[in-house]
Design a protein around this ligand. Structure first.
Ligand code: G3I
Length: 360
């Protein structure tokens, strides 16, 4: 009798151990990038797609603590025609972010490529109107989402593709470089709590461009313009040396601003930065290439952790996070594999490399 009771207890204990083992293995499986990171990890999303694609939604919820809209929050989406704001997608993004406890990053208030045609036409004829529109648009928009959008790319890509000069956009040509300072002031008035970023690309590899942007930041700060963050898009190529990226990030961090790697992806092929300007160097991807890409992703995470002081770590955002959806292929007319998930939405070596960089 005693023997049976002892055997029964042993069996119960073993079952319990097995059960706990299964549960912890399951929760281990469920761990995503966010669980390995001390700072926010984000992804760029198109809200209508996310709401229809449960696999994509699952990737977001598993890995990210922050989201950015790829297009839904640009000026052409919010103010497609005169006198009519179109808030539905931004509202939907706010609801999705609140439902899932995600930080919502606002991309972007002023961007030459995001400017709708009607603003371009009217603004070209009338600078006074353009100045007034800039103020009203930003105040209406940022004011509407006060406390709901944590931070904004106030100005995106205000510098030339190469070198250190201001980009000669409608905004610059009609309002002078003051449009940048004013955009930050208007946004700050509308939501004093929101972080306000200047965002641009190639800063990690074009030293002249980085120096131009750093000079602008110094000037903005000297004029008490409420800039709190610098976004570097980080559309990387495999052949950009890690040492150059590290050195550039160190300079960015020296501004004291929050630093956002805002649009991370890493391509194998190359391009000239223009639409359709891709050069197909590799027609297929090999396991060796994927492993090298994983190492690059790992290095990017490490550089962020090592060069950006903790108090300035705003986070890292992937710009499209599946090779199925990447903007790179249609935009540059290429076939590339720049993200952390493959075309079947399986995590790539890049995913695990990045995760390793976060953990170490
Ligand atoms: O929403 C329409 C859809 O209704 C229509 O059927 C379809 C047909 O072309 O177009 C859809 O709009 C597209 C939109 O993305 C949403 O997918 C636009 O044509 C397309 O031009 C737009 O491209 C976006 C581009 O910015 C221009 O806004 C890309 O997805 C987006 O990845 C890209 O993001 C930029 C960043 O904002 C700034 N840094 C560079 C980055 C890559 O170019």
């Amino acid at each position: 009798m005693q023997k049976t009771a002892a055997a029964y207890s042993t069996l119960m204990i073993l079952s319990l151990i097995f059960f706990i083992g299964c549960v912890s293995e399951k929760s281990e499986e469920k761990k995503g990038l966010k669980d390995f990171s001390s700072f926010p990890i984000g992804g760029a999303v198109e809200i209508r797609q996310v709401l229809q694609d449960t696999a994509l939604e699952a990737i977001i919820l598993e890995n990210f603590t922050s989201i950015t809209a790829t297009s839904d929050m640009k000026m052409y989406a919010i103010a497609p025609e005169e006198g009519n704001y179109k808030w539905d997608r931004a509202d939907s993004l706010v609801a999705f972010s609140q439902r899932n406890d995600l930080r919502l990053f606002g991309h972007t208030l002023v961007w030459h490529s995001g400017t709708p045609r009607w603003v371009f036409q009217k603004g070209t004829e009338d600078s006074l109107w353009l100045d007034d529109f800039l103020k009203t648009y930003i105040q209406d928009y940022v004011g509407r989402y006060k406390g709901k959008v944590a931070a904004w790319d106030v100005v995106n890509e205000g510098f030339d593709t190469q070198g250190g000069e201001y980009r000669k956009t409608l905004w610059y040509n009609k309002l002078g470089k003051e449009y940048i300072a004013n955009a930050f002031r208007y946004a700050h008035e509308a939501d004093p709590e929101a972080d306000l970023f200047y965002n641009d690309f190639n800063l990690e590899r074009d030293t002249a461009k980085l120096n131009g942007v750093l000079k602008m930041i110094e000037e903005l700060k000297a004029d008490d313009v409420p800039i709190t963050g610098l976004g570097v898009q980080m559309h990387l190529r495999m052949d950009i040396p890690d040492s150059l990226i590290r050195e550039s990030v160190r300079k960015m961090a020296a501004t004291g601003l929050k630093i956002h790697f805002s649009e991370l992806d890493i391509i194998f092929n190359t391009h000239d930065d223009t639409r359709g300007g891709g050069e197909q160097l590799y027609s297929s991807v090999t396991p060796k290439m994927l492993e090298q890409q994983a190492q690059k992703y790992e290095m990017v995470a490490k550089i962020y952790k090592e060069e950006v002081p903790v108090s300035q770590q705003f986070g890292i955002t992937f710009w499209d996070f599946t090779d199925r959806d990447t903007w790179i292929n249609p935009f540059f007319d290429l076939k590339d594999w720049p993200t952390i998930y493959d075309e079947k939405l399986e995590p790539k070596p890049a995913y695990f490399g990045f995760r390793k960089g976060l953990s170490e």
